[in-house]
Ligand binder design. Structure first.
Ligand code: AMP
Length: 425
């Protein structure tokens, strides 16, 4: 009989295996800690949304929506999408629940999976995770600074300073952006035939994106292109200057990049991106910017906003390998028992766990040698032995860190007191 084909996760979608989980949990704990320190409250929105939310909020011409979004009709024929990002869903939720009515300044953060149908490569998957924060209700540069500083504090707690850099630009108001787009298109049309194929297409759909093309032919043409700074009015200019000055005052180093435009359509004024030199071609750890028109586009009352999104897989790739070294022992008790003592094993492990002590058992009642070997493999600091050579009504505690053993009466109170004492050493 032919065996069934072994099933695999979908292309571009990864399992996060138990060995990787401690690192994920470290990132998650750091995120939650910093978000709290800055006074941001977590919001959780559905993974699936109406496709229209992203068409209206983010824009059909962006790669994330036009080319990469997972869109399909559900059983009723409604066009739904797996969220490619979380700013539009958060803006939708704020409008839907009128969250801004109760408090005109909203500080929100999120964490969860996003989906983009991209060609998978290192640091690029079809399901990936983003964490981010949105500060809604304030149009002043102070909100941009708070958001950037929050992202910087998170990233530099997880990665060393030289491994993270902050690139920043301004896109001005919608009117200034439109004006600039016209000038840019006028200029680029003169070189249309020399541009890369992708840039030629973008010239018709999303010309600002040509500015961040990596193609060398494109770069030469772009170097001489008009810059957004040529069209900025005094207000936009002073907004950007204030952001740069405050960041400098906070010792957050910035690299001003006139070609930084970001992939999504909703940005106005400040845009920024964090990059790492520890990543290859996909070097963006995250980014964000100001989006003063998004709320109105997704049907809520107009509300200025600024936010960032960080790619968790990229952060984890860029983190130094800090795998537990061999000398590391876990504060876990391995309870080794002979089968005839199974009742005692269940009793003692349950009472230890209720006291907050982590313990694990063999559940197969293998030989003492096999169980001790397993305790060592799992780096359990202590092993509680029930049965074998221990006299009736007593147990043995073996300290796996130094091999010392001691005998105790089989009494839950005595056992937990001794274990606590040993674990505290
Ligand atoms: P974006 O919303 O495109 O600015 O993405 C924000 C961040 O999410 C990026 O800087 C990446 O770190 C991460 N990211 C975006 N797309 C992917 C992907 N396909 N796979 C892994 N991470 C991604």
């Amino acid at each position: 009989m032919q065996s069934e084909r072994r099933l695999q996760a979908l292309r571009g979608m990864r399992d996060i295996l138990p060995d990787e989980i401690p690192r994920w949990q470290r990132v998650e704990a750091t995120l939650a800690e910093w978000m709290q320190r800055y006074g941001y409250r977590e919001i959780r929105t559905p993974i699936v949304e109406s496709a229209e939310l992203f068409y209206r909020g983010v824009g059909q011409e962006t790669d994330a929506i036009g080319k990469e979004m997972y869109v399909f009709p559900d059983r009723s024929g409604e066009l739904i999408a797996l969220r490619p990002e979380l700013t539009a869903p958060v803006a939708r939720a704020v409008g839907q629940h009128e969250l801004a009515l109760a408090s005109p300044l909203l500080r929100l953060w999120y964490y969860g999976p996003c989906f983009r149908y991209e060609r998978p490569q290192k640091g690029r998957q079809r399901q990936f995770h983003q964490a981010g924060a949105e500060c809604l209700g304030v149009a002043l540069p102070d909100a941009d600074v708070e958001i950037i500083s929050l992202a910087w504090d998170i990233l530099t707690s997880l990665l060393d300073h030289p491994a993270v850099s902050l690139h920043i630009n301004t896109l001005g108001t919608v009117a200034e952006q439109n004006n600039y787009r016209t000038r840019l298109v006028e200029y680029l049309e003169r070189y249309r035939d020399s541009l890369s194929t992708t840039s030629q297409q973008r010239l018709d759909t999303n010309p600002l994106r040509i500015l961040d093309s990596k193609d060398t032919r494109d770069r030469e043409i772009i170097e001489a292109a008009p810059r957004i700074s040529d069209v900025l009015g005094t207000e936009s200019r002073s907004h950007f200057d204030a952001v740069l000055e405050l960041l400098d005052m906070l010792d957050i180093p910035t690299i001003t990049d006139p070609y930084l435009v970001r992939g999504l359509d909703y940005y106005t004024h400040t845009v920024f991106e964090f990059r790492s030199n520890r990543l290859g071609a996909q070097d963006a750890l995250g980014g964000g910017g100001r989006y003063d028109n998004l709320m109105a586009q997704v049907g809520g009352r107009p509300l200025p906003g600024v936010g960032f999104g960080l790619g968790i897989e990229r952060i984890i790739l860029a983190m130094e390998d800090r795998a537990a070294s061999d000398s590391h022992w876990e504060p876990i008790v391995y309870v080794a028992a002979q089968q005839e003592f199974s009742a005692a094993m269940h009793q003692v492990t349950r009472s230890l766990r209720k006291e907050g002590i982590r313990c694990i058992t063999d559940l197969q009642f293998r030989s003492l040698k096999a169980q001790l070997r397993q305790a060592d493999r799992l780096r359990c600091a202590l092993c509680l032995i029930i049965g074998w050579s221990a006299p009736v009504d007593s147990v043995i505690i073996k300290d796996m860190r130094n091999g010392e053993q001691l005998q105790l009466p089989n009494d839950p109170n005595a056992i937990s007191a001794t274990i606590r004492q040993l674990l505290a050493q």
